[in-house]
Each structure stands twice: as structure tokens, then as C-alpha cells.
Design a protein around this ligand. Structure first.
Ligand code: BTN
Length: 243
């Protein structure tokens, strides 16, 4: 599949531009990348701080089977991010420095290195999916109360253009696996790269915390949380806090 890459020095948000283009009928497989963003957006209305030189990319999809595509997408992108980051760290000895956190954060040495914002919209006949991905390559923004990492701590990082190209190839690869073989191999790949089963965690929703331990991922991609008294519940949304 051939992607049309557009590069900008500075944008407000690559996802905002990608969505605007989607709304006016841009065909899928547009990739918009910026060297820096002035109003990068994160999940749950948060700001994504982008000091420049990191990866800020948004990808436009128009899937034929939106429901199945969107359900698997966080895991497809997460595995692709893990593979891309690993690819640039040539020698990995001992346990990997990277780990996925449900559903699609990439952690490095336990600190967030990359995140994904998935947005959908458009009226019938013009529906779109925009995947925005931010990865700290050269600088981890300093945000009070947040523990962030950058790839530069492990290796001499590639340019954002090169990282973006490899990432898109990996996303295509895993999206194709999902299309041909269903969600099961993507789920297995995600589980092999994520916090191990039994990891203690808390799910935060607004000011509420539910604590338990990770007990897997169900066929819909919901996180299974084992509660202290023995019950296991599926989690659809919320921030995951690891120790
Ligand atoms: C998160 O909160 O974990 C998701 C962060 C997503 C940030 C990326 S950077 C490229 C794209 N443009 C944006 O404004 N946001 C996403």
C-alpha cells in the first residue's frame, strides 16, 4: 500500500489537520507529520507536549469493516510501536527495555515513551479513522507528576521521518495480519509485549481508583482485572496505573 507522506515544520496538531482533510474527502493512506506541534492533543482532552524533533504523525484510514478494524486498532498500533522502537535499539540484552501498557502506551524503563490518540468521524459515505501517534525520540517533555522517557536514553535515535516510515510499515503489517487472521494473533503479540499477567495495577476513572491485578485481554480487547476478592471484571476505559 502506498502512503502519501506530508511533512510540516510546525503545526497546531497533525491530527487536527488530518481530520480536516478527511472531512473534505481526502482518500485514505495520508500521513501527516510535523517536526513540532503547538497544540498537540492527548487522550481524555489532555495536552500532548511536543518540544520538537520527536515523532508527531497522524494517519488517515477509511476501513471497509470499521467495527472490527477500530476494535483491533489500539493493539495493532501498540505492537507496531513496540517493534519499531525495538528495531532501532539494535542490541537488547536481558529483559526488553520496552513494555506495552493497556491499551496502547509504549513504556521505556517503565516510563511513557509513546502514546496514541484514535479518533473517528464523518458522515455515512465519508467516515474516517485518524490515528495520531506521538513518540519521544530526542526529548522527554518535563511535566510535573508524569514520568516520561525518550528513545535517546537507549540509542542514538533516528530522525522522526525515518522512525515514522518504519512505524507505518509495521502498522500495515499488523493490520494485514488482523485482516487475514482475525484479532487472535494481534492479541497474542500484544500480550507477549505487555505487563505480565499478575502485575498489580489500578484503573483510574476521574477520581475513582479500582485496584487489582492484570489477568489478560479478552477477545474484544478489554483488560481483565482480577479484584482482590477473586472476581475478574472487564475494563473498557480508564487510565492504567502501574507501580
Ligand atoms: C496520549 O495521550 O497518550 C496520546 C498522545 C497522542 C499525541 C499525538 S502527536 C501526533 C498527533 N497529533 C496530536 O495532536 N496528537 C497526536
Amino acid at each position: 500500500m502506498s502512503w502519501r507522506f506530508e511533512y510540516y515544520e510546525t503545526l497546531g496538531s497533525t491530527s487536527d489537520l488530518c481530520k480536516a482533510r478527511a472531512e473534505v474527502g481526502e482518500p485514505e493512506h495520508l500521513a501527516i507529520q510535523a517536526f513540532s506541534q503547538t497544540s498537540g492533543r492527548g487522550t481524555r482532552g489532555r495536552t500532548w507536549t511536543d518540544p520538537g524533533g520527536n515523532l508527531a504523525i497522524s494517519l488517515l484510514f477509511r476501513p471497509a469493516d470499521p467495527k472490527a478494524f477500530i476494535a483491533a486498532l489500539p493493539f495493532v498500533v501498540a505492537v507496531a510501536l513496540f517493534e519499531t522502537a525495538t528495531h532501532f535499539c539494535s542490541i537488547v540484552t536481558g529483559p526488553s527495555r520496552f513494555m506495552l501498557k493497556w491499551p496502547n502506551d509504549l513504556l521505556m524503563h517503565g516510563r511513557k515513551m509513546a502514546g496514541v490518540l484514535i479518533e473517528t468521524g464523518g458522515l455515512q459515505g465519508n467516515s474516517w479513522v485518524v490515528v495520531g501517534i506521538g513518540a519521544n525520540l530526542r526529548q522527554a517533555p518535563e511535566i510535573p507528576g508524569r514520568r516520561l522517557a525518550a528513545l535517546v536514553e537507549a540509542t542514538d535515535p533516528p530522525s522522526a521521518e525515518v522512525f515514522g516510515k518504519v512505524l507505518v510499515t509495521q502498522i500495515e503489517r499488523w493490520a494485514l495480519i488482523r485482516e487475514r487472521e482475525g484479532f487472535a494473533p494481534v492479541r497474542a503479540a500484544w500480550l507477549a509485549r505487555a505487563h505480565p499477567v499478575g502485575t498489580p495495577l489500578a484503573v483510574q476513572r476521574c477520581e475513582t481508583y479500582i485496584t487489582g491485578s492484570f489477568s489478560g485481554l479478552d477477545a474484544q480487547g478489554r483488560l481483565l482485572l482480577a479484584l482482590p476478592h477473586g472476581e475478574t471484571i472487564p475494563v473498557v476505559t480508564g487510565d492504567i496505573l502501574l507501580d
